[in-house]
Design a protein around this ligand. Sequence first.
Ligand SMILES: NC(=O)c1ccc[n+]([C@@H]2O[C@H](COP(=O)([O-])OP(=O)(O)OC[C@H]3O[C@@H](n4cnc5c(N)ncnc54)[C@H](O)[C@@H]3O)[C@@H](O)[C@H]2O)c1
Length: 339
Amino acid sequence: MNLTNFQPKRLLVTGGAGFLGSHFVDHWLSLADDHFVVVLDALTYAGDRTYLDHADAARMQFVHDNILHGDLVRQLLEDFKLDTIAHFAAETHVDRSLSDPDIFITSNVLGTQRLLEAARLAWAKKEPLAHRFHMVSTDEVYGELKPGNAAWKEGQPYAPNSPYSASKAAADHLVRAYHRSFGLAVSWSHSCNAYGPRQYPEKLIPVALKCWLHDEPAPLYAGGHQIREWMYASDQADGVAKILRRGQAGRAYHLGGSKACTNLELLRLLWQQFTAQRTTQLSFADAICSVEDRLGHDQAYGLDGSRAEHELQFQPGVELAEGLAKTVGWYLKRWDAPT
Ligand SMILES: NC(=O)c1ccc[n+]([C@@H]2O[C@H](COP(=O)([O-])OP(=O)(O)OC[C@H]3O[C@@H](n4cnc5c(N)ncnc54)[C@H](O)[C@@H]3O)[C@@H](O)[C@H]2O)c1
């Protein structure tokens, strides 16, 4: 089912005051003057309304509420004549999902189902393909890439290992089911690790920067041997926008395939950018401290990004060193550190 004749313009962006959601709002509004966005965000600890302060107020409406409120979602879709949902809202930190899994099931699974149901009801009378529901998912639903195995292609069986990834996997299945059962025009993307400005300082890069600003070592699980791919936030936003504009309904796309490195290698690169912008007494050896591994920690992830490259002409544009330099600059400015 091809969606290329339908051009989404008026979007509901859930989680648009969070890290990736706010980068997506910036990108979407920059693409065309007739693009309009309603951001629905509960402003959990990870959301920040000021990330949207610079957006054109005539083309962006902010609603402080929860995706669990299906009646409200339906009303927003109808009142603002929205044709598309870009669903970023979620609880996203694996460690929190290990200590408090309930909220992950509520927000990520039930929240996604409430959105799907609201979309189904609001768009029931629309042309079959004049709407879109896009789910932002993760590479973590596939579980752990074993040494020597090829990178995952779309359609790989799911084997999530944390409550976070299991909740995202369940949500993906609901999205797919609403396509099959009700004909909702859905798509979903599996993203590799994203980085950049506005990420809440519980994730690896901002945690390390915060420690180093206080001349403290950054904690690294089990010495940092885990392998991850890293993609700059604006590239992730570009990937989601390309799926919305060119992707096929009922189909998954990988936003990954970039250079992979261990978490230790990543912090070494980050350290180079940090010390280029700020003087410190620490050496790199002092700047890292190995801590006990996370429960059930996946050793490696790896996405084959060739479908998005060939079908959507998607390619990340920001090199890791360049993206890390921009990220360091943003956090130093935000935390008002002398440089
Ligand atoms: N950051 C990554 O590396 C990465 C990688 C792969 C996939 N993803 C996915 O991308 C999406 C965005 O991730 P992120 O890193 O920007 O997350 P984030 O934690 O920075 O932001 C999540 C946003 O969702 C909002 N939110 C949470 N629960 C809500 C609810 N019930 N109702 C309304 N709003 C709610 C929060 O207030 C916040 O603004 C998530 O779905 C995540 O699973 C992220």
